[in-house]
Design a protein around this ligand. Structure first.
Ligand code: ADP
Ligand code: MG
Length: 701
């Protein structure tokens, strides 16, 4: 019963009223008492410390002093009429100034009585002064809620104009805390509380709004952040269990002929240990009776495709079909070519469906797919359409998964009676903490090792005045038999304007690399798909030396002989794009280079991006910096970022808390999957309360 108090609408809260209630709902999504309690201050003013006047320094932002006014007088000149007070503490005095409301202030200030004064010191004409300070009689001060650290809440003009000030928040929140102190029930186990020396929930709420001191504030923050992460992780783990019990997975019990034949006779290299480990993880999922939802993370060039191929063969050995989804036509084509080349030797039938597949091809393909002729269908979004029907789809691979939305992926689930196993692959590494927060309900495999013999791509930063030197370098590389990419930024493929850079660039490159000596390819999004495929093939076959292109080659393209990547106006690219582009080279055993061209004027973010690129080749490190610069929400760019509505915890700065909350949640679930043990009772209650409105889409990988 008592807990319901926290769910009371703010309409009923003293001091709010219908107008303010409406604006609080609209501006801050504050509907109930608990929403107000969860509206955390974003900073605090320290009212614990008192200064003596002689301690004031320029570096101090605000000071609080106890003292008396010994004098109060007007200072008039042509410009202004100021009220000036002399404020004395010990043997020192400081000038206090008012420009506005002087009459009222003059009347209300009493001389020679102790005040607590709080304000910002200004250094002017070799003296400190304080303008418009906050003043409280010392007798009043002790009664008010401004002991300790004073909370400051977010605000904007719209709410301020309705009197929703810091003072307002302090008062209403103080009120709720007073009424509801026994409603804030513990929701973590004794073991967790002890392990992390957590303060009680009630103490945490009190101290996050009205911290008695810095230590209690830190403890309150820790407790609330921990709790937020803990329940998020618990939800992921539980939904994972739920999925596994609800959605029966196809059982691929045998590793059969095709897998063994390919592995033993046609695999031209040996797998890295990391690849072997991942194949094992997938095999285990395949025969677990539960549907697999696995995210495969691996840096560019780490060899994810072969893992996908081998897993596909297991599906095929168990009489299931495979669908391999790629974000772009070029990539789909590339996967199709390489799978087809590898697999036709063992009689596996691979086909491709993209937006530009002809009607005639489609008719044949649809029927082959439906009667099980086709073992692997590679394709773009086109394969999601309802008329694409498999005979027995058992395994779906989604390459560069961040390019697909949840809704699109869910379509694949419906293409068989039971949902197929799903492997999503991403070459844009997501920082571990972000993966844990957003894909916490996927199992994660990581390839953390590059195939042997790879040399790191040497990355350098150059500008226009280095052009001649760069051209010479490119010619030397080409002479050695290598190939070169030159990429131009294209913000939106549809905008005509953007092609100017590419075309101007192409022209100047043709001048520098005349066609009696050099062969050039050009590639951009507006070309017809057969022209794109033609150019790609020429480059892949080594018939052209330079590929001038937009970012259509960004993801996945694999041409090991290409050794130089020149990125024009690289300051215009995001970090993950730069890393992806760089990943197009360094795929063979030769030395390879990435040249980042920029103008001379760079924003500080751009400078940081370039510096990151020139200092590391590690995609996970790049991703960390990217997350710092852009924030976790932008990094994902999909609906999932909604999941990042964390109220207090921050996945960048509170990494350690996240890790330990995850760890604790895992431990609890592994010992007590249904949370029925008595020691987990409070956690179960907390969990049930939080998940009342869980959305179904979370069950879709
Ligand atoms: P990505 O992980 O970026 O998708 P790919 O799967 O395209 O990488 O692999 C990059 C290149 O590395 C390909 O040419 C592939 O044949 C090669 N490769 C993959 N695994 C190995 C390995 N274990 N040993 C040697 N080369 C490998
Ligand atoms: Mg790839």
């Amino acid at each position: 019963m008592k807990e319901n108090l926290l769910n009371t609408s703010i309409d009923y809260l003293k001091g709010v009223g219908p107008n303010r209630a409406e604006i609080l709902k609209k501006e801050f999504q504050i509907f109930t008492y608990i929403d107000l309690l969860n509206f955390f201050p974003f900073r605090y003013i320290d009212r614990t410390k008192f200064y003596n006047i002689d301690e004031i320094q320029k570096s101090i932002a605000d000071v609080q002093i106890i003292g008396k006014f010994t004098d109060l007088y007007y200072f008039k000149n042509i410009k202004s009429n100021r009220l000036i007070g002399t404020f004395k503490n010990g043997n020192d005095t400081i000038e206090i100034v008012w420009f506005k409301g002087t009459k009222w202030i003059e009347k209300s200030i009493k001389l020679n009585i102790d005040y607590v004064l709080y304000g910002k010191p200004n250094w002017y004409l070799n003296n400190f002064s304080i303008a418009h300070p906050e003043l409280d009689l010392i007798s009043e001060f002790t009664k008010k809620q401004i002991k300790g650290l004073l909370p400051i809440y977010s605000s904007n003009e719209r709410v301020l104009s309705r009197g929703i000030t810091n003072k307002f928040f302090r008062e209403v929140i103080f009120n709720i805390l007073k009424q509801s102190s026994d409603c804030l029930k513990e929701n973590l186990s004794k073991e967790i509380n002890e392990k992390h020396s957590l303060i009680s929930k009630q103490q945490a709420y009190k101290n996050i709004h009205f911290p008695t001191n810095h230590m209690l504030l830190s403890k309150a923050e820790f407790r609330l952040k921990y709790e937020e992460f803990f329940y998020l992780q618990l939800e992921f783990l539980m939904s994972n269990i739920f999925k596994k019990s609800k959605f029966k997975g196809f059982n691929f019990s045998k590793v059969g002929k095709s897998f063994n034949k390919f592995y033993n006779q046609h695999l031209s290299f040996s797998l890295t240990n990391a690849q072997k480990k991942v194949v094992k993880e997938i095999r285990k999922d395949f025969s677990s009776n539960a549907q697999m939802n696995r995210l495969l993370q691996g840096d560019v060039g780490s060899g994810k495709t072969i893992v996908a191929l081998l897993s596909s063969l297991i599906a095929i050995d168990n009489d299931f079909q495979v669908c391999f989804l790629a974000p772009t036509e070029i990539l789909a084509q590339q996967h199709y070519n390489s799978l087809n080349d590898s697999l036709k030797k063992i009689n596996i039938n691979v086909n491709i469906l993209t937006g530009s597949s002809s009607k005639r091809d489609r008719i044949k393909l649809f029927s082959d797919l439906n009667n099980g002729e086709i073992n692997i269908l590679v394709g773009t979004h086109a394969v999601l359409e309802d008329n694409v029907k498999f005979k027995n789809l058992g395994f779906v691979i989604i390459d560069e998964q961040h390019k697909f939305g949840v809704a699109q992926r869910s379509k694949l689930w419906k293409k068989n009676i039971n949902p197929p196993h799903v492997l999503v692959m991403t070459a844009t590494p997501i920082p571990r903490t972000l993966a844990m927060t957003v894909y916490g309900d996927l199992d994660i495999s990581i390839i953390d090792e590059l195939p042997p013999g790879r040399k790191p791509v040497k990355t350098v930063h150059r500008s226009d005045r280095n052009r001649l030197e760069i051209f010479k370098f490119l010619k030397d590389e080409i002479r050695k038999g290598r190939q070169v990419y030159i990429v131009y930024p294209l913000i939106e493929e549809s905008k005509k304007m953007d092609y100017k850079d590419l075309m101007d660039g192409y022209e100047s490159i043709t001048r520098e690399f005349p066609n009696n000596e050099y062969q050039l390819s050009i590639l951009h999004g507006r070309m017809k798909s057969e022209d794109k495929a033609f150019e790609m093939k020429r480059f892949k076959d080594g018939k052209t030396n330079i590929m001038v292109s937009t970012t259509v080659i960004e993801v996945g393209v694999n041409i090991p002989n290409a050794s130089v990547m020149v990125i024009e106006s690289s300051e215009k690219f995001g970090l993950s794009q730069l890393h992806q582009l760089r990943g197009r080279v360094g795929r063979g055993s030769e030395n390879s280079y990435c040249i980042l061209m920029t103008s001379n004027k760079l924003s500080s973010d751009a400078r940081k991006r370039i510096k990151t690129m020139t200092s590391t080749n590690d995609g996970f490190k790049v991703a960390e910096v990217d997350m710092e610069i852009r924030g976790p929400g932008n990094l994902l760019g999909t609906q999932q970022s909604g999941l990042l509505n964390l109220k207090i915890a921050n996945i960048i700065t509170d990494k350690e808390i996240l890790e330990s909350a995850r760890h604790d949640a895992e431990k609890i679930i592994s010992n007590d999957q249904k949370l029925i043990k008595i020691e987990n009772k409070l956690i179960k209650e907390g969990y049930n309360k939080k998940t009342k409105n869980t959305l179904l889409w979370k069950y879709i990988s």
